[in-house]
Ligand binder design. Structure first.
Ligand code: ADP
Length: 758
């Protein structure tokens, strides 16, 4: 009468099956009697309507009577003790095998629920000769299961063993997919019955609705001895103590949903036994036993089956691990190689996408990509760069902090085109900003799924009620637009790689920070040292100079020519040392002063500098030109004057041409002449001369402090600190400095000021 559970007027559709309250069916199956007792007085509050057949007494004569009247003393004592046992809550216990009300013997099983004692009596099939020893059966089963290597072998063994123990015509293992559809992965059938195989068939999720799956987790063995049983209604329907229908979640006699019995009948099945296999708190699959004629197995056998199904539940995880061990090892080995390459230096993109193994070797995929800082590095079969970058920004909008996996990417995007390389996508974010990603792609995996009946029509409407489909004939479905799904192992593998990369990147940025801090500290120390040393050296030096000078002036008469020449050398050398110390002082001050940047009209600044630098009276005035008006820049004014003073005076100084020419100018980024090394800067300034030029070998050396390419007397002398100071100033502005030169033809010194390309 389960169909009456739907209130009148409720539309009939599949969701009704999901809503059917199958734990309170209001009736029990025909193979036993159910009594709901008051827990202390043991008064019978409710009984199934089939008491006459089993106990020889009408329901009406039992209600309100204590069950003690019908039990032997020892059985009663057990029941009374059970009434006080807290472990009995939802947890059925086999109490005794013995007579009740002079009938039987019965297997009596009791549990408590809703504050009631629920007693189930099932005629006991005595321990007849030939009935197998359950302990032996279990021992043998468990030993065989342990030997199985793969999940498939294991499941096959389980079906054989369960069929041997429970004796059904067909035993199969039905495994749930993520969407709760089922797949028959192992089957054992009695020979000679001409049964058709269900192996590899799929069944829609609605065949075993959610509430039925939930009950399987609580009550792992479910027997239906006869699908065509006559239901025995509970009397009264509402329990007088709870004022509710009896919750039969934990009973073995629970009446079945009409949908379910019809389903089995349509399959040609007359009796069933189902065992649940779970993984943690999730139902993994079912061992489904079908018999073509009515069949009941004794309580003892069902208990053995229950233990077997628990052993299966415990072992399935192990077998799964074993199945994946080779793949797991490959993933781990690739991950180790990639991490080792990361650590050995070089950019992340080289370590992950160049050579072998690379990202695409980590897991089975068509290709992979690293998106980092707006750049895209591809390996293997992937969509084009522009598409990958778009995908990365699409993922970025999701604000993910964990892997994202789909085997139906086109259905999530507007394109819906599943012909490409990216039908499956597994992505892990590398940064919180959502800009950096590791991506793996899979192409479409077109395949055929065999369904047991049309999965789109799992039920039919029959007159006024819903009934399961009547045809279970093979129904082939061609699956398109999907890739192979990503497994837990693969998702875990990419997550581990992500952690390794993040740790490495963090470590590297920490190291760079440390090095920078060290460098800054030693620079400051050096600056202070140079400052203190040069400052303190000036004093004794002045003494040496003065005393040498005094001797020269005061003792001129007593000195011979050689003595005078030596003293003159002391004076000259100390003057020179004075100059060197002054340069050093200037240089060390540069590192200590704070840059005061302001907007400067460079044209004006250079014109003023030229005036300062140009010697006043000269016969052949050198031509210093500014070919085009110089722009405004943001810089420290006095530093910039220092830069141009040094560069322009060098351009004049190291020039042996009669017709000296110097040009001060700039290039915008992209203009011809813009130096490659200045890449990234908005503008590059230069001072060009037609002087003596500098040999290529010395291009770097000239920037070293006190490095001069000429003898002291040549080209007007100098300390060799000018270009070092220029370099320091430019670098403090965040710019670069360099030169281009041809010997005897001239030099072009260029610098940038840290203004970035727009
Ligand atoms: P200084 O001019 O005091 O010697 P610098 O640091 O300014 O020191 O220059 C270092 C050396 O680089 C100079 O001694 C000179 O040999 C060379 N040099 C600098 N500017 C030019 C130039 N425009 N043309 C040729 N050589 C140059």
């Amino acid at each position: 009468m389960t169909e009456s559970l739907l209130p009148p007027g409720v539309a009939i559709d599949l969701s009704n099956c999901e809503r059917e309250p199958i734990h309170i069916p209001g009736h029990v199956q025909a193979h036993g009697v159910l009594l709901a007792l008051q827990p202390t007085t043991l008064e019978i509050l409710q009984a199934s309507a089939n008491t006459v057949a089993f106990l020889g007494r009408e329901v009406a004569s039992l209600l309100g009577r204590p069950i003690s009247e019908m039990l032997a003393a020892d059985a009663l004592a057990l029941l009374q003790a059970a009434g006080h046992d807290p472990n009995l809550e939802d947890n059925p216990l086999h109490l005794f095998t013995g007579p009740v009300a002079g009938h039987g013997p019965f297997d009596a099983v009791v549990h408590s629920r809703q504050g009631l004692l629920v007693l189930e009596l099932e005629p006991s099939i005595g321990r007849a000769a030939g009935r197998p020893d359950m302990y032996e059966i279990l021992k043998r089963g468990v030993a065989r299961f342990q030997a199985a290597k793969s999940v498939n072998d294991f499941c096959q063994l389980v079906t054989d063993e369960v069929r041997r123990v429970a004796g059904y015509d067909r035993v199969m293992i039905y495994r749930f997919a993520d969407d709760w559809s089922g797949h028959v992965i192992a089957e054992s059938m009695a020979p000679g019955l001409g049964l058709e195989s269900y192996l590899d068939l799929h069944y829609p999720a609605s065949d075993i609705p959610a509430q039925a799956r939930a009950l399987f987790l609580r009550n792992t063995v479910r027997m239906l001895p006869d699908t065509a049983y006559a239901p025995a209604l509970m009397v009264p329907q509402e329990n007088p103590l709870t004022l509710q229908p009896l919750d039969m979640s934990c009973t073995f006699l629970r009446g079945a949903s009409r949908m379910y019995t019809d389903y089995l009948i349509n399959m040609g099945v007359r009796a069933s036994l189902t065992l649940a296999i779970s993984q943690g708190d999730r139902l993994w699959g079912l061992v489904a036993c079908h018999h073509m004629s009515p069949r009941a197995v004794p309580y003892e056998v069902r208990s053995a089956c229950e233990v077997l199904s628990q052993v299966v539940s415990l072992q399935i995880g192990d077998k799964k691990l074993h199945d994946q061990s080779a793949y797991r090892e490959r993933i781990e080995a690739t991950q180790r190689s990639l991490t080792a390459r990361l650590v050995s230096g070089g950019p992340l993109s080289d370590a992950l996408t160049r050579g072998a193994p690379n990202l695409a070797d980590l897991i089975d995929c068509g290709g992979a990509a690293l998106v980092e800082g707006g750049a895209c590095h591809l390996v293997g079969q992937t969509p084009p760069e522009s598409t990958v970058l778009k995908l990365a920004s699409w993922l970025g909008l999701k604000g993910l902090d964990a892997p994202f996996a789909t085997h139906a990417l086109p259905s999530l995007l507007e394109t819906k085109d599943a012909s490409g390389t990216a039908v499956g996508l597994l992505a892990v974010p590398l940064s919180r900003t959502g800009n950096d990603w590791l991506l793996w792609f899979r192409p479409e995996h077109a395949h055929v799924v065999h369904w047991g009946g049309d999965p789109n029509k799992p039920v039919e409407v029959l007159s006024d009620r819903l009934t399961p489909r009547r045809s279970f004939a093979l129904w082939q479905q061609e699956v398109r637009g999907l890739s192979k799904p990503w497994t837990e192992l693969e998702v875990a593998g990419v997550s581990h790689l992500r952690v390794a990369i993040l740790e490495f990147v963090l470590h590297r940025s920490g190291e760079i920070e440390r090095l920078n801090a060290d460098l800054a500290r030693s620079n400051t120390e050096l600056d202070s040292f140079a400052f203190v040393a040069s400052h303190d050296l000036k004093e004794p030096l002045r003494g040496i100079f003065n005393y040498a000078h005094f001797i020269l002036e005061d003792s001129d008469a007593t000195l011979d020519a050689e003595g005078r020449a030596r003293l003159q050398t002391i004076v000259r050398l100390s003057k020179r040392m004075q100059e060197l110390i002054d340069s050093l002082l200037l240089f060390s001050r540069l590192g200590k002063t704070v840059l005061e940047k302001s907007s400067i009209d460079l044209d004006e600044l250079v014109t003023e500098t030229i005036e300062l630098v140009l010697p006043r009276a000269r016969e052949s005035e050198p031509l210093i030109s500014i070919p085009r008006r110089l722009p405004r820049v943001l810089a420290d004014r006095s530093s910039l004057i220092e830069v141009f003073t040094n560069l322009i005076s060098n351009a004049l100084k190291y020039n042996d041409k009669v017709d000296k020419r110097v040009a001060v100018g700039f290039w915008q980024t992209g203009e011809p002449g813009f130096p490659l090394e200045a890449e990234g800067a908005a503008r590059c300034f230069f001072v060009e001369d037609n002087g003596i030029g500098i040999a290529e070998d010395h291009h770097e050396e000239v920037f070293r402090i006190f490095k001069r390419l000429h003898a002291q007397g040549e080209f007007g002398g100098g300390t060799g600190a000018g270009l070092t100071i220029v370099k320091k100033i430019v670098e403090r502005h965040g710019g670069r400095v360099g030169l281009r030169s041809r010997e005897r033809e001239g030099s072009t010194f260029w610098f940038t000021l840290g203004e970035e390309k727009p």
